[in-house]
Write a protein of this length. Structure first.
Length: 398
């Protein structure tokens, strides 16, 4: 069968490319402006994506069946109220998608964005997008989905906007998506995400291990196991007035002071042992336990060194990989997630070649669309039309 054709806008490192390729598609245009992502795209797909969508004329865009785009959500701040403007999307990158749809009329659209797109600017942003897609002839459905719903141990809710040209199908688009509330089966260890042997550079250093061991002793020594507030060590024994603080901050201070009073003997000894945390930088003197009672040791969880403190989460699923500013630490292995493991959490194949620069690799995977989520939803979308796709090793005609 002949392959369906698609374009990959704001292509990054090719999450859409990989998903459409898995379904039997052929990429006829990729557009990206980030140099590092362009290099990674070329390295993996042998295709130059160094084209700014703002500069590509309509007659330079090949005919295609599917338009894919993980478009940036620029602030359509007052778009929903600008009734006097003929085109409220002018000046935004969404306008580039719209003008291509008008010109090329592909059968399908598959877009991805942050979940907050739906509520941004009191829903005005989404209302404008939905209205404009309707005006140019597309029947759409927005689906919020996270990789964990497909058994991938990452919590990463994104909105996927699936569309089909109205002349092909104008009924209600329905998608079968697993329940997002059920996380019971998630386990990164069983999902074969982690490698046994990794470079030493990914292991935490002695100071980081000391910080984590310190807070591990703290958690195991206090009488409160479900901590519903950030722990601020500088509030232990504090008595200064809180009248000038915002209500939320004053409440956290009071809870910290009560925690100290309820565990004074233990905490005093703990602080003395650890030199009142004076050897730690300020952000490491704060602690967030977000694992409930699912674990009883830091070393059994996933950990992030964040500006808000040491955050510990249950080991069922990783937090969303978003540009990877705070790379998660795998407590069990006392090391950080590697780029290859980040690739697996984003459903890229083992053959995918990450950027040689770790910082860029983490950033690129954090910004990428999840391959399996796109493939899962696109396959269902294509059933509403006449397109042929490949399902695993078997061809399926729709």
């Amino acid at each position: 069968m002949s392959k369906f054709k698609y374009i990959d806008l704001f292509s990054g490192i090719g999450g859409f490319h990989q998903a459409m390729k898995n379904l039997g598609g052929e990429c006829v245009l990729a557009s990206e402006i980030d140099e590092s992502a362009i290099n990674t795209y070329m390295k993996n797909y042998g295709m130059n994506s160094a084209y700014d969508i703002n500069d590509i004329k309509n007659d330079e865009i090949p005919d295609h069946n599917v338009l894919c785009a993980g478009f940036p959500c620029q602030a359509f701040s007052k778009a929903g109220k600008q009734m006097g403007f003929k085109d409220p999307t002018k000046g935004t990158l969404f306008f580039q998608i719209k003008r291509i749809l008008i010109s090329k009329q592909p059968e399908y659209i598959v877009l991805e964005n942050v979940r907050n797109l739906l509520s941004h600017d009191h829903h005005n942003t989404w209302n404008v997008i939905a209205d404009e897609l309707d005006k140019v002839g597309y029947n759409i459905r927005a689906i919020i989905m996270s990789p964990h719903q497909l058994g991938i141990p990452q919590l990463r809710e994104r909105v996927y906007i699936l569309g089909i040209r109205k002349d092909i199908y104008d009924g209600e688009l329905q998608f079968n998506v697993p329940d997002k509330k059920d996380k019971s089966a998630l386990n990164a260890y069983e999902a074969a995400i982690f490698d046994e042997l990794v470079d030493e550079k990914y292991y935490i250093n002695e100071q980081e291990e000391a910080v984590l061991e310190c807070w591990n002793e703290f958690y195991q020594g206090i009488n409160l196991k479900i901590i519903g507030f950030p722990v601020w060590s500088y509030e232990f024994g504090a008595t200064y007035p809180l009248e000038d603080y915002p209500a939320w901050k004053a409440e956290f201070c009071r809870k910290n002071r009560k925690l100290y009073e309820d565990n004074k003997e233990f905490i005093d000894g703990w602080l003395k042992k650890w030199n009142n945390l004076n050897d730690f930088i300020p952000t490491n003197r704060k602690f967030e336990w977000q694992a409930g009672t699912s674990i009883n040791s830091i070393w059994d969880g996933y950990i992030q060194f964040r500006p808000s403190g040491i955050r510990v989460k249950r080991p069922d699923a990783f937090p969303a990989l978003v540009a990877m500013v705070q790379i998660p630490v795998i407590g069990k292995y006392k090391r950080r997630l590697t780029p290859r493991e980040a690739a697996r959490l984003q459903s890229f194949p083992e053959t995918f070649i990450p950027d040689e620069n770790d910082f860029q690799a983490y950033k690129q995977f954090g910004n990428a669309v999840n391959v399996n989520c796109v493939e899962f939803l696109a396959k269902q979308l294509f059933q509403y039309g006449r397109m042929q796709v490949v399902d695993s090793e078997n061809q399926i005609d729709f």
